[in-house]
Write a protein that binds this ligand. Structure first.
Ligand code: ATP
Ligand code: MG
Length: 406
């Protein structure tokens, strides 16, 4: 098969392939971007594979960076874009069901394609548009089938992450797992135990965000892979509920975690511990906690001024976007308008600051000060006082004896 029209991203990278060929080596586009072009989808990263060894690539291109030279990857800098160029390699020595402990550079494209996970990820695209398809990936693409390259049992033993990758492709593409591939995942699911959580998390999030999430989560359950993911063992019933939610696609990671956590029945106080086991960042954890609190409230009633203030625009949008999963209406526009109309949006919007209060009360800073500012914040938000200096002082005066006793 030959493509007559290449997408812009490939056209732009053609001079790189031509230069590699002119120097007497082979160069191809490989990996997910070739699959995505064949599926008519937009592409995000252009990966190039070559028979040239890293030192040879560096002698062909004047401007390069060694980004992963031990794995054979050199970053070639060109005027418009930078390209990762990886030498054909085999990954023969696997230990502990993880990634190979060393790779070997080879001159054969076939060897390189053989080590790839699924047939639809094992195409190479030549500079003239020819598709190299050594494992009948085109027919699998046509039939919407995910099939391991070679013997699935061996392939999942080499690198157990491939099972999670398979499930996330089910979710992203809506493809079915070829029978032996599926059986092999069912048989080997426990090998996921050997895989670093960080690698699992990346694939799991992609699974949650896939267009065909329901299908992906069902396979995740059926193959039992869930039981070897953090904190999911014993929670198949809750995961089933999650899979039965309306099928609208989730669009960001915060949304995905909030909805999952909600269906798993995890308490707000346990969110941090749960997401820590998935190695999520503190920033993500905070966003999820906020949006989760907002969602619980919003499922029952409308926002209070204080909740709008705490959530801020970003979390309000996330909370609203989750309501349709519970057959409630997304009212983001109204909620954002109400947010915009709040008298203040941050502590720094108050007409008084810490220094003002210390001067006014002739008192050094301390616990009272933080509390006093919070009293002002709440009072302004709830309309108990307007946000000007005099009104805030007189409002605080009635509180002050209580504040200094603390
Ligand atoms: P995405 O569109 O999400 O980037 P992708 O298929 O491009 O999907 P990458 O992780 O970018 O995934 O990997 C690029 C290519 O490298 C894959 O298409 C596949 O050929 C190969 N690959 C990646 N991870 C593995 C793995 N664990 N085992 C075998 N081959 C892999
Ligand atoms: Mg990719």
């Amino acid at each position: 098969m030959k493509l007559t029209q290449l997408p812009r991203e490939f056209e732009q990278a053609l001079p790189i392939l031509k230069k590699i060929e002119a120097a007497g080596y082979e160069g191809y586009f490989v990996g997910g971007s070739v699959r995505d072009v064949l599926l008519g989808q937009s592409i995000h990263d252009v990966d190039i594979a070559t028979s040239a060894f890293p030192a040879e690539i560096k002698s062909i291109f004047p401007r390069t960076i060694d980004v992963g030279i031990e794995h054979g990857t050199v970053l070639v800098l060109s005027d418009e874009e930078n390209y990762e160029i990886t030498t054909f390699r085999t990954e023969s020595t696997y230990q502990d069901f993880r990634r190979p402990d060393h790779v070997e550079f080879v001159r054969s494209l076939e060897e390189d394609l053989k080590r790839r996970d699924f047939t639809i990820n094992a195409f190479a695209l030549k500079e003239d548009g020819t598709i190299v398809d050594l494992f009948n990936g085109l027919s699998d693409l046509e039939n919407q089938v995910l099939r391991a390259v070679g013997n699935p049992y061996e392939r999942f033993h080499e690198d157990a992450l491939r099972m999670m990758r398979g499930l996330r492709f089910v979710s992203q593409l809506g493809f079915t797992l070829e029978e032996k591939t599926k059986e092999s995942i069912i048989e080997n699911h426990a090998l996921l135990e050997k895989i670093s959580i960080e690698r699992i998390t990346i694939e799991f999030v992609k699974l949650l965000l896939g267009k065909n999430r329901k299908l992906g989560v069902e396979m995740f359950l059926e193959t039992k892979c869930y039981a070897y993911c953090p904190e999911l063992k014993g929670r198949s019933e809750q995961l089933r509920l999650f899979s039965e939610l309306p099928t609208f696609q989730l669009t960001n990671e915060v949304q995905a975690w909030v909805l999952l956590i909600d269906q798993l029945g995890i308490e707000v106080t346990d969110i941090r511990a749960f997401l820590k086991t998935w190695k999520c960042s503190n920033q993500l954890i905070r966003q999820v906690q906020q949006a989760f609190k907002g969602l619980q409230w919003r499922k029952k009633s409308d926002y209070s001024q204080e909740l709008l203030y705490d959530l801020k625009k970003e979390s309000i949008i996330i909370v609203e976007s989750l309501l349709p999963y519970f057959e409630l209406e997304n009212q983001a526009a109204v909620a954002i308008e109400n947010y915009e109309q709040l008298p203040i949006h941050a502590l720094t919007d108050l007409a008084v600051n810490g220094n003002d209060l210390m001067n006014y009360y002739q008192k050094k800073g301390g616990k009272w000060l933080k509390e006093a500012l919070e009293v002002c914040e709440t009072a302004v938000l709830n309309g108990k006082t307007v946000n000007d200096t005099e009104s805030l002082y007189s409002y605080l005066d009635s509180y002050f004896p209580h504040l200094i006793e603390e």
